[in-house]
Ligand binder design. Structure first.
Ligand SMILES: Cc1cc2nc3c(=O)[nH]c(=O)nc-3n(C[C@H](O)[C@H](O)[C@H](O)COP(=O)(O)OP(=O)(O)OC[C@H]3O[C@@H](n4cnc5c(N)ncnc54)[C@H](O)[C@@H]3O)c2cc1C
Length: 385
């Protein structure tokens, strides 16, 4: 397509969700991805649709996305392996229960469907959890989706509505009008593509793309490593998503170079377990670090000793797009007409992709967004500095 209405930079789950919802509105979309569809964080991620990450704006985004995933699982041309599994968060020690109880009560007050579990309730539900944990909570509305299937399915459905998906093509420049206030074209290694709107959805690389127009977008790569096991029997864990309640603390740890690790296991449809998860600021160094893998396995064994009998078959790492306030940027750029940003979802981009795509389609087409976007605007960072 040589004259698209909108060019999307990046073919991860966020870019593909934008392509899907924009093309549903009849917008002529060209998505440009420098590798294959989903080759960035979206291929490296786990499967958790998390409905209880604070603050409240994440709860709203997750709730809206969960509803959209229910629809998408019915209409997309591929099985995205969406299933409403619930999840269990586990408190490591009895003395941690009081603080977690407070969190659960607060989440309940916001409408999150969850209930506390005593240590006895927990281990009778899940006999393969270590018997000396403090207790936990069950999150009824959490779900699973295959990020790679969802990414490809949304790209495919966008194509069915006329979108063009150009893979193995890198955006290397963005052109603006002489006064600098309006985007006019993107440049790729293959040529120049005139357009009046551009959505930067390049995940952890979004800051680099924004620099092409002199914009400072504070997104850093936050590396995450995963271990994959051979398929395990269905009943090994009854719930498909089990994680340490301290997982959310590892998300909130600041931008230091030390490693934050939290136990997190998810069983995918074909029986393999994904063992997570780590967080590190090491630039774009994608090498899998044996020390980090050993820390992750140790943390998971602490909660799930039965894993000692399981065979690990693969590891990989990917880059979560991190913002300093841990909120995504879903925003028009005030100073440059036609420029939009959909990035910075850190560890919750799989969850929030559908609503991000829908909100971007609403702001690009001039409709009222489904929710207020001030807290997700790019200008919130300018206001801070
Ligand atoms: C280990 C791990 C576990 C995770 N688990 C979960 C989970 O259970 N639940 C959840 O909700 N989230 C999870 N996440 C987070 C989630 O994976 C990310 O938030 C999400 O994938 C980000 O999607 P994205 O499309 O913004 O970025 P990406 O998928 O990284 O896509 C960005 C794309 O932009 C492309 N690109 C970059 N530069 C250019 C250029 N110049 N031109 C063209 N294209 C370009 C890249 O090639 C890339 O494909 C996890 C992440 C990791 C790493």
């Amino acid at each position: 397509m040589r004259h698209p209405d909108v060019v999307i930079v990046g073919g991860g789950i966020i870019g593909c969700a934008c392509a899907y919802y924009l093309s549903k509105e009849g917008v002529r979309v060209l998505l440009i991805e420098r590798g294959g569809i989903g080759c960035g964080a979206s291929k490296a991620g786990m499967t958790h649709v998390v409905t209880w990450e604070e603050p409240e704006v994440h709860l709203q985004l997750a709730k809206a996305s969960r509803r959209l995933y229910q629809e998408l699982s019915q209409v997309l041309p591929l099985d995205i392996q969406y299933r409403e599994t619930g999840s269990i968060a586990i408190v490591e020690r009895p003395e941690g229960m009081a603080a977690f109880e407070e969190t659960v009560r607060r989440l309940q007050a916001w409408g999150v469907k969850c209930r506390l579990l005593s240590a006895t309730e927990l281990t009778s539900l899940e006999p393969n959890i270590a018997p000396d944990v403090g207790g936990g909570a069950y999150f009824e509305e959490d779900a699973q989706v295959s990020p790679l299937h969802a990414t490809h399915a949304m790209a495919w459905a966008a194509k069915e509505r006329g979108a063009v998906i150009e893979t193995f093509s890198e955006v290397v420049g963005i052109e603006r009008s002489p006064d600098g206030h309006q985007v006019t074209a993107v440049q790729t290694a293959k040529g120049r593509i005139p357009c009046s709107s551009i959505v930067i959805a390049a995940g952890a690389w979004s800051g680099q793309i924004a620099k092409l127009v002199g914009l400072d977008v504070p997104i850093l790569p936050r590396k995450g490593t995963l271990v994959v096991t051979a398929p395990v029997p269905e009943g090994l864990f009854r719930c498909k998503i089990l994680l340490a309640a301290g997982y959310m603390d590892s998300v909130r740890e600041g931008a230091s170079s030390s490693v934050a690790v939290a136990a997190n296991i998810q069983q995918v449809k074909n029986g393999n377990l994904l063992l997570g998860s780590s967080r590190q600021f090491v630039g774009f160094d994608a090498r899998v670090d044996a020390y980090v893998v050993s820390m992750m396995i140790k943390r998971n064994l602490r909660f799930f000793p039965v894993l000692a009998k399981v065979t690990a078959i693969r590891t990989w790492a990917g880059f979560r797009p991190y913002t300093p306030d841990l909120l995504p940027i879903i925003s028009a750029v005030d100073s440059i007409e036609g420029l939009y940003i959909a990035a910075g979802h850190e560890g919750i981009g799989i969850t929030e992709a559908p609503i991000t795509g829908k909100l971007i389609s609403q702001i690009v087409t001039g409709q009222a967004p489904d929710m207020p976007l001030g807290v997700l605007s790019l200008s919130r960072f300018n206001e801070i500095s």
